[in-house]
Design a protein around this ligand. Sequence first.
Ligand code: ZN
Length: 305
Amino acid sequence: MDEPVLQLEKGDEAGSRLRRALPMPGWQAPLSLMLGIAAGLLLLAAFPAGGRGEALVTMAMPESRSMAMPRISAGRAGNAAPLVVIDAGHGGFDPGATGPSGLAEKDVVLPIALALRERLLELGAVRVALTREGDRFLPLEERVALAESLEPDLFVSIHADSAPVEEARGANVYVLSPRASDAEAMALARDFNAADGAADTGDAALGDVEAVLAELARRETTLGSARIADRLESRIRAAMPVHGRFRRGANLVVLRSARMPSILFEAGYISNAEDAARIGSEAGREAIVDAMAGAITAGLLAVDR
Ligand SMILES: [Zn+2]
């Protein structure tokens, strides 16, 4: 399924924000070309020169390529309501983790993201946009750039974990931290950041993360992600198993924006048969979505602004 292409009324505004966000001169080129170039630059950043990277950059830069701007749904929340950008992990040629029954992470996180949008709109307090609404690949940096261009109040990336041991199960939430909170979080960051060829081990960008955290603190947005994570913990613990300590820290590319509070939710372990059945089922999805929508709404309404 393809996603809606650039919506001019919203897209133009978002597109100009995106252009401001990128290190580019203010060329007066047609919007589609600008966005094509922006996508190319992001891909160049994601895939630095080198065998595999060069091939991917060439492939991804046809003239007609334009970055599909996320559509914002307001429902009855109205246009001034806080905005949440939901990011369903992986997609397209990147299946993410694969479960014992062949269940792919990209296919379980998308229905969760779509259902979360519906639930948030039902609650009626926030506006919602999705980085992807279909089965398509988006580099990690592009997910962040798309979200930043909309200047959201919260960015939520949804994933499912996997572990070499079948027993590992339960949900987790990750917030940005220069150093991983534990060995598993460190391994997750390594695999995660390398997933689309970004060749980013996390440690290389340690100073960057400290700068991002300082900027987030200045904007009081780390407080924002902590507030959501806290509210999420009580709701998730009441509704499903949790893996180890619920809240973990890691240096993940998708959490590294200085411009928006960001969290990454791991819905469960796709490598565990019970978890895979839970997160792949409608009842399991509803439990996740109810907990997340409640936590996000409560957390964002508490923001003093
Ligand atoms: Zn993932």
